[in-house]
Write a protein that binds this ligand. Structure first.
Ligand SMILES: [Zn+2]
Length: 200
């Protein structure tokens, strides 16, 4: 009788910067971080393509440079854009990863965190499938908190910010529906990790 039981490792960020239990969709839209420095910031976004439509696979197509720009009028303005985020959390809580956390993804654009510009250099970008107009799903908060905990375990992260915090006037996501207090509770991180949230 074989009594040996192989325990599956708990979900984690592996040695190459990939989440062990995410769907991997490697995007070509990345580059090395300057000096290969470890990330210290997590940036939370929202995205939906087309806006407010949560039924398509267009976000993944967009990040993989395979979007059919003729499939919807909104997509026309995305022609030629090369962007990516490390992670996308879909409405059902499923996590997709496009870029290793060790690499520099192209999610924040022109941005500044505490006087430090080019946030892509030192951040990990997480996109919640959603918009500024509707609440996020419970499953998304659960997946986000678990993901944040795993990232904090692996990298010297000391802050979380919304895209609107690091690109004010230019970006509005993750928007008014995003519940930072809930994320703080669920991730069990101290208030100091949330420098932009005064009510935490
Ligand atoms: Zn954003």
């Amino acid at each position: 009788m074989n009594t040996h039981v192989t325990r599956r490792a708990d979900p984690h960020i592996d040695a190459q910067g990939w989440l062990s239990n995410a769907t991997r969709l490697p995007s070509p839209n990345f580059e090395a971080r300057p000096g290969d420095a470890a990330p210290t910031l997590i940036v939370v976004h929202n995205i939906s393509l087309p806006p407010d439509d949560f039924t398509t696979n267009a976000i993944a197509d967009f990040f993989l440079n395979t979007l059919d720009h003729d499939a919807h009028p909104y997509f026309d303005q995305l022609r030629g854009m090369r962007v990516s985020a490390h992670f996308v959390i879909r409405r059902d809580g499923a996590v997709q990863q496009f870029v290793s956390c060790d690499e520099r993804a192209w999610h924040a654009g022109v941005s500044s965190f505490c006087g430090r510009e080019r946030c892509n250099d030192f951040s990990i970008g997480i996109e919640l499938e959603g918009s500024d107009r509707v609440p996020f799903e419970d499953a998304q908060y659960d997946a986000l908190a678990a993901l944040v905990r795993m990232i904090v375990k692996r990298y010297p992260i000391d802050a979380l910010a919304g895209h609107s915090d690091i690109a004010p006037g230019r970006k509005t996501d993750p928007g008014p529906h995003f519940d930072w207090l809930r994320l703080r509770h669920d991730s069990a991180l101290p208030p100091s990790f949330f420098p932009f949230q005064s009510n935490i």
